[in-house]
Design a protein around this ligand. Structure first.
Ligand SMILES: [Fe+2]
Ligand SMILES: [Fe+2]
Ligand SMILES: [Fe+2]
Length: 405
């Protein structure tokens, strides 16, 4: 089954890139602002709409290779030690997807300095790398103080970098771009997403096949899973388990494809949780547990922000809700929990129990059966779905083993 999801790809990327902007200090607008600055420079250069779209994709995902809060913190300094690490990681994430082949190359070189030997890359793509680098360095200089009073200080610092970091001929381009007050006010605008979308007109017509959506979701799943060594392949296993449960429960091909995306992205909001909490061995303090509880809140809102994703958002984000209404964070009860949401909840619990953790091995069938049955009795999870999984235990066990080998 290779259903076509037709919806606005720019919204999909913009929403997913938001999940990259969680830091120790909370949610930033780094990717969105870098995208806006880069596109503003691109407009001044009269880039074609095709190149503007490529620039949008690359800048929206440019720091995809910086995963931990510590990685992101390092990039917020004007001088970065070893920036190539996150550039290379970002390239590796994206290079396999034909849609993002150019973006991958641009991201690989987005910290390349003009006065260093030129990398082996098409000069048009290198131009886009320079624009992102320039936009990125402007963005990290911005502070929370009044935006219009920062202009001179930011631009003075950036001007010193032409001829070393950036090509000298881009200096006039920058000065032309930043002279309007609206450029700066846009950076603080609550309408920035719409402003960016309007810069991409005419929007390239892009339809994505379900496989391509799954490829993007898989990239984000590996980012989520690499936040903590405890959850190594968790998103992939929840995806495979949810898909199989959906199939057994009689979901259509298109619904099963949506279920795979929901499974891959169910823990997307974990990107908002500090690694120190995700990695903590032993019991969590009440405050740390609150941080964990926020993850599905963010999963829901990031995904629900994408037009056409409301079902996937529900299925993905309600996996810690319980039939008795005592789950988190929305306290939705059995009367409102759809079969899709119940499937991801059962798949998440099965996966967590069956997976090895650094402090224990994955549980055996008997123990998992016992725990699932107790949860059914306690009105935590759906009895029919738990039975479906237990009746086909060998299939699910095989899925788990094939993913961990
Ligand atoms: Fe970067
Ligand atoms: Fe950046
Ligand atoms: Fe979760």
């Amino acid at each position: 089954m290779n259903a076509i999801f037709s919806f606005n790809v720019t919204r999909l990327l913009a929403a997913l890139s938001m999940s990259l902007d969680y830091t120790r200090e909370g949610l930033t607008s780094h990717h969105r602002r870098v995208t806006y600055i880069a596109l503003s420079l691109g407009q001044k250069m009269n880039l074609s709409s095709e190149k503007m779209y490529t620039l949008f994709c690359a800048s929206t995902l440019h720091d995809i290779g910086a995963i931990t809060f510590a990685d992101k913190h390092k990039l917020a300094n004007i001088e970065i030690v070893s920036p190539e690490v996150h550039c290379e990681k970002g390239y590796q994430f994206l290079k396999g997807m034909s849609q993002f082949h150019h973006s991958a190359l641009i991201i690989r070189h987005h910290h390349h300095r003009w006065n260093q030997p030129a990398p082996d890359i098409d000069s048009d793509l290198l131009t886009l790398s320079y624009l992102i680098h320039l936009a990125d360095r402007i963005e990290v200089l911005l502070t929370p103080s009044y935006i219009l009073s920062q202009r001179k200080c930011v631009i003075d610092k950036i001007r010193k970098l032409f001829g070393s970091y950036f090509p000298p001929e881009y200096e006039d381009l920058l000065l032309e771009t930043v002279k309007k007050e609206s450029f700066w006010l846009d950076l603080e605008s609550i309408y920035l997403d719409n402003i960016i979308e309007n810069m991409l007109i005419p929007t390239p017509h892009i339809e994505m096949r379900s496989q391509e959506i799954k490829d993007i979701a898989s990239i984000f799943a590996s980012i989520i899973d690499s936040k903590s060594r405890f959850t190594h392949r968790h998103s992939s296993l929840v995806c495979a388990t949810s898909k199989e449960l959906a199939r057994l429960a009689g979901f259509s091909g298109e619904q099963t494809a949506q279920m795979e995306v929901a499974g891959l992205l169910h823990d997307l909001g974990k990107l908002s949780v500090p690694e120190s909490i995700l990695e903590k061995q032993g019991s969590l303090t009440p405050e740390e547990y609150d941080f964990i509880k926020q993850h599905t809140y963010h999963t829901y809102h990031i995904l629900n922000h994408i037009p056409g994703f409301s079902t996937i958002a529900e299925w993905a984000a309600y996996h810690h809700e319980r039939l008795d209404g005592c789950g988190y964070p929305f306290h939705i009860d059995g009367a409102s929990l759809s079969t899709g949401s119940r499937i991801v909840a059962v798949a998440d619990i099965f996966s967590a129990l069956a997976e090895d953790r650094p402090y224990r091995l994955g549980m055996k069938q008997e123990k998992i059966t016992d725990i699932l049955q107790k949860m059914v009795k306690g009105k935590g999870i759906d009895g029919d779905l738990a039975t479906l999984l237990l009746d086909h235990y060998d299939t699910f066990d095989h899925l788990k083993n094939s993913l961990s080998s």
